[in-house]
Design a protein around this ligand. Structure first.
Ligand code: DIR
Ligand code: MN
Ligand code: MN
Ligand code: MN
Length: 305
């Protein structure tokens, strides 16, 4: 695989600062070396900067850092589209989750294949500029990439991701407005209880098999807070009761087995809150699992049904 590491030190998507240090934490934890050891070719293109855009009007006074976030959306969109068109697998080194406003819309614009998105997160990130109460735009990318209204000032999404092509796993913090919009949508979503009752592999295999049947591209967006805070403390929005280290690796190993992943976000790491780099290291290890690291080789189960 030809992998492109894209540094995205986005810190405008929430008020607590520190995610801008994320890309360098992943580099310090030797992400590139881990992926090269798996036989991949890896190019680190360094860190992006946001486009300069004028501050648009916004009817919701809670929304902050709008111009900066739109600027990041534009530059990340181009970077994602270009990497895909060059035949590479982009890994976006965040940066907070608002970076997915650009990464997902960019990769989706690069090809005619159906785009699928796997969202591993404690939160549903399904607010619009009108519904967000915190005003933190890291809580909005899923509504934007599906082409919803309520993003005045943002670029029009050229290839919206169909709701039925999106799967959220790990939910345990969903705001009231998000809940009703999700329930009225075709997005599939699995909260922690469903994981507890079924096992995470059952839920994920079902989705991966749909991606395979459709011949789709798969973007994986991995939010640090998908994981339990005891394993991954370096995130501003910890929610207890998250995925274990093994559940995280199992997801990534199933993704690697499927051979379907075409792009990846590593988001919300705040190295300022980390304990001697352990969260950064865990995220690097999870990325390695998604790209083929395994303890033993085992026969791959078929994904097409
Ligand atoms: C909350 C928290 N739903 C909000 N969201 C996220 O501010 O909109 N935290 N994404 O990580
Ligand atoms: Mn998120
Ligand atoms: Mn989250
Ligand atoms: Mn429903």
């Amino acid at each position: 695989m030809d992998i492109e590491l894209i540094g995205a030190p986005v810190d405008s998507g929430k008020k607590g600062k520190g995610c801008l240090m994320g890309p360098d934490a992943y580099r310090t934890a030797n992400l590139a070396r881990a992926l090269r050891r798996l036989g991949h070719s890896v190019t680190d293109v360094g860190n992006l900067t946001p486009d300069m855009v004028a501050d648009p009007d916004c009817a919701n006074p809670a929304v902050h850092s709008l111009a900066e976030t739109i600027g990041w959306t534009q530059s990340l969109h181009r970077a994602g589209r270009n990497a895909m068109q060059a035949g590479r697998l982009p890994i976006f080194l965040g940066g907070d989750h608002s970076l997915s406003l650009g990464s997902v819309t960019g990769v989706a614009a690069a090809t005619d294949k159906p785009q699928f998105v796997l969202w591993l997160d404690a939160h549903s990130d399904f607010h619009t500029l009108m519904t967000t109460e915190s005003g933190n735009l890291h809580g909005t990318p899923l509504a934007y990439i599906t082409g919803r209204d309520g993003f005045e000032g943002f670029p029009t999404v050229p290839n919206p991701v169909p709701e039925q092509n999106i799967c959220i796993i790990g939910l345990r913090s969903v705001d009231e407005a998000e809940r009703s919009m999700l329930e009225d949508s075709d997005i599939r979503y699995h909260d922690m209880r469903e994981i507890d009752e079924n096992g995470i592999s059952v839920l994920l295999r079902r989705f991966l098999s749909d991606v395979a049947d459709a011949g789709g591209n798969l973007h994986v967006s991995l939010d640090v807070d998908f994981l339990d805070p005891s394993a991954a403390p370096a995130v501003g929005t910890t929610v207890p009761g998250g995925a274990t280290v093994r559940e995280g690796h199992l997801c990534m190993e199933l993704i690697a087995d499927s051979g379907l992943m075409t792009s990846l976000d590593l988001v919300e790491l705040n190295p300022f809150l980390d304990e001697r780099g352990r969260t950064a290291q865990l995220m690097v290890d999870l990325a390695a699992s998604a790209l083929g690291r395994r303890v033993f080789d085992r026969p791959t189960r078929a994904y097409s049904s």
